[in-house]
Design a binder for this molecule. Structure first.
Ligand SMILES: Nc1ncnc2c1ncn2[C@@H]1O[C@H](COP(=O)(O)OP(=O)(O)OP(=O)(O)O)[C@@H](O)[C@H]1O
Length: 224
């Protein structure tokens, strides 16, 4: 999915979180969004997902103008096209992992594809945990389950916020391997917010936000 933001501007009271932010994320590209705390990274993800409306500017996901959709239509579009992986895992705590995966498949217009479900469960390696509750898993295992949940509806875009923030190093490496697999083998556009420059350098491209505006870097010539 091609993602474009044009002049995206959003203020909260007197704080300008995004300031005429224009960016382009090519179809199938893995981009890291970095920047200091408060530079607007999470706000950018929320706007791209249509979770909040900007004060000014547009978000285009392929040919869909997210900023013009009603809340209901934006929710359906998200369910059909966007997968989310957030730092504090988006799993329902009172449901076992299998139920979590089923819940995700029951919204929007997605027709359940059991072959795909099996494949993705094997690739993320969570089959042994399907009958467990989230609290019975380690942080890395929970994050793998969250990535499975994000992938199970075959999204065109995955939005990731601090995927390895509270994980040990080995689990972090495993999560990055899975995210890279989403891009390289499944052709999904991945946009990942992170504070971790080592993670960012593993992607195709780094975008730095400063005061809600982009500074662009190519991965090969960044900050070494
Ligand atoms: N719902 C909100 N209400 C008020 N202010 C907000 C809200 N969301 C974000 N902000 C402010 O907008 C600015 C950008 O916030 P944002 O969360 O996008 O930054 P960030 O780069 O993701 O920060 P961090 O790296 O700390 O998560 C900050 O100054 C923040 O305090």
């Amino acid at each position: 999915m091609l993602v474009r933001t044009e002049n995206l501007t959003k203020s909260y009271g007197l704080t300008r979180a995004l300031d005429h932010c224009s960016l382009r994320f090519t179809d199938g590209q893995f981009t890291a969004v970095i920047g200091r705390s408060g530079s607007g990274k999470s706000t950018l993800l929320k706007m791209i997902a249509g979770l909040e409306k900007p004060d000014l500017g547009t978000v285009l996901l392929d040919h869909c103008n997210m900023t013009e959709l009603s809340e209901e239509k934006a929710a359906l579009f998200r369910a059909d096209h966007i997968g989310f992986v957030f730092q504090f895992f988006a799993l329902v705590s009172i449901c076992i992992i299998q139920e979590n995966l089923s819940l995700i498949q029951e919204t929007g217009t997605f027709l359940r594809d059991t072959d795909w479900e099996k494949e993705i469960i094997d690739r993320t390696g969570i089959r042994p945990f399907l009958d467990k509750f989230p609290h019975e898993l380690s942080g890395g295992q929970q994050q793998r389950a969250a990535i499975t949940a994000a992938l199970i509806r075959k999204p065109d875009l995955i939005l990731v916020d601090e995927p390895t923030g509270n994980l040990d190093r080995q689990s972090g490496i495993e999560i990055m391997r899975l995210l890279k697999l989403c891009q390289s083998e499944l052709g999904i556009t991945v946009i990942m917010v992170t504070h971790d420059l080592d993670l960012a350098k593993q992607t195709d491209r780094i975008v730095e936000l400063r005061d809600g505006k982009p500074w662009l870097y190519e991965t090969t010539d960044t900050m070494d």
